[in-house]
Ligand binder design. Structure first.
Ligand code: HEC
Length: 151
């Protein structure tokens, strides 16, 4: 019996890539969920700093969550979790194409997350304000280069 080879191979390739596509899309979804939580923690900080007497406890809890997020971020961008996953993502292809530069942006955030936590644990309000600003700059530094602009 004659089988068109291209069809057979094409079918096999589709089967092989299907699970990959599914896990790429899952990775996008959990990544976005993780960043939403990080955004909420950072909002807690900034809201807390608006008043004259910030709540030390709230800011310390948020600082811990931010440090945890800075550790988890390294696992959020597996290969195949870009636009090719089929999921809607704002991660630019440069995340993977300029991996060293992207890692430097991640490291800047990690370092600053710890500095912020130190200020929070010391309950040093002026330092908390300064470090919160520097922390926000590391978010923006990465977003400006590696995230598709939007809201
Ligand atoms: C090293 C890079 C990097 C750093 C640092 C970073 N982000 Fe992001 N962030 C991204 C990328 C990339 C996305 C897009 C994720 C996607 O759509 O798949 C994103 C998405 C987000 C989102 C949107 C989630 C949604 O609803 O779509 C929020 C909110 C966010 N980041 C907050 C923050 C905050 C707050 C900080 C700092 C405290 C921060 N990020 C630090 C790279 C970074």
């Amino acid at each position: 019996m004659f089988r068109p080879l291209a069809l057979v191979l094409g079918g096999a390739a589709m089967l092989a890539s299907a699970p990959l596509l599914a896990s790429g899309a899952d990775a996008v979804r959990s990544r976005i969920a993780a960043y939403r939580e990080l955004g909420a923690s950072f909002k807690t900080v900034n809201d807390g700093l608006r008043g004259p007497e910030p709540q030390a406890m709230l800011i310390q809890i948020a600082a811990r969550q931010i440090v945890n997020a800075s550790r988890a971020q390294y696992g959020l961008f597996p290969a195949g979790s870009g636009a090719e996953s089929g999921a809607r993502t704002r991660a630019k292809p440069e995340v993977w194409a300029q991996a060293a530069r992207f890692k430097a942006a991640q490291d800047a955030f990690s370092v600053e997350a710890l500095a912020f936590q130190r200020a929070a644990m010391a309950n040093n309000v002026p330092a908390i304000r300064t470090e919160a600003r520097k922390l926000g700059a590391t978010c923006k530094g990465c977003h400006d280069t590696f995230r598709v602009p939007g809201d």
